[in-house]
Ligand binder design. Sequence first.
Ligand code: BTN
Length: 307
Amino acid sequence: MVVSGTKIAEEISCSRSEVWRLIQQLRGLGVEVAGHPATGYQLRSVPDLLLPEIVRPLLRGTIFENEIHHFYKIGSTNTATMAAAAAGAPEGSVFLAEQQTAGRGRGSNVWHSPRSSGIYCSVILRPVLPPSDVLVLSLAAGLAVQDAIRQIDSEMNLDLKWPNDLLVDGKKVCGILTEMNAEATRVRFIVVGIGINVNQVSFPDGLDAISLRQATGREWSRVELAAALLKSLDREYREIVATPGARGSILRRFAENSSWVQGKSVSVAENGGSMQGVTEGLDDRGFLRVRTAKGLQTMLSGTVRAK
Ligand code: BTN
C-alpha cells in the first residue's frame, strides 16, 4: 500500500518535510521504505531488531523481563554489562546490541559482530555461589543456546565444544564469554556474554565460523531466537540456584551433547604451551580431563582443538 506524505503528516500531526525527515531516520535504522515525497511511501520490510518493546513481552515470568537495554552500536556488550553490574545494575539485566565494534572473545580473541546479523547479548547474574561453581554455570549457558536453537529447528546438528563453543559441521556458530567479579569465596556478579552467528552470509577469511542461515539455507528471526535463548537460560539458571543436584545434571547433559568430552583426540593450547591427548570426561567442577603421555591432566582453561 502506498500512502501519501500528506496523509501521514495529517495522521501524526506534523509537516510533510518532517515526515520526510522521519522516513530518512527509519531508513537509517534499517526499515525499508520505498518512495519519496512526490510519490508517497510504501513500507517494504521492518527489520528484525532486538528492541526491548519487542523482546520484553516474550520474556514474561523470567528474570530477564524487567531491565532490557538495547544498543544500535556499542564497543562490547560484555564491557558495558560488567560496568553496569559494578555500578549496581540488578540481576537479570540484559544488554542487547545490533552491532559491536570491539566484540570480545575468550582470551584475547575478538568476536566478529556485524550489524543486525548476529545476536550479541550479555546478562547479569548474582548467584549465591562460590567462584568454583561458575564454570558449571557457563556450561549451562551453552546448553541453553543449544536448546534454544533446537526449539526453533529440531533438525539442527549441534555439537558443544568445551568449554563454551557451539559448533555446526565443526564450525563455530556460537561463543560464550563468562566474566565475573568475585571474592575468594563468593561471587559478586557474573556476566554471561553470548554471541550467535545468525544471518551472516559470509565471514572474514581465516574465521572458522558458520551462521545458522548458512547452515540451514534460510533466514532466522533474531527476535525469536533471542527470546528462546533467554527463556532457556532463565530455566537453567533457576535450576542451578534452586536445586542441589543441578550441577550433576548439567555435566551429564553437556557430555551427552558434546563429541569432545569423551574419547576425542585433542591438542590443548594453554598458557603458551600445548599438549596432546585423548579426552576422558569432565571432573565434578566441569573441567576437561585429558589422558596425555604424562598421565591424566585437568584442563583449567585453554583452547581445545581436534588432533
Ligand atoms: C568466544 O567464543 O571466544 C566467546 C565469544 C563471546 C562473544 C559475545 S558477543 C556478546 C558479548 N559481548 C562481547 O564482547 N563478547 C560476548
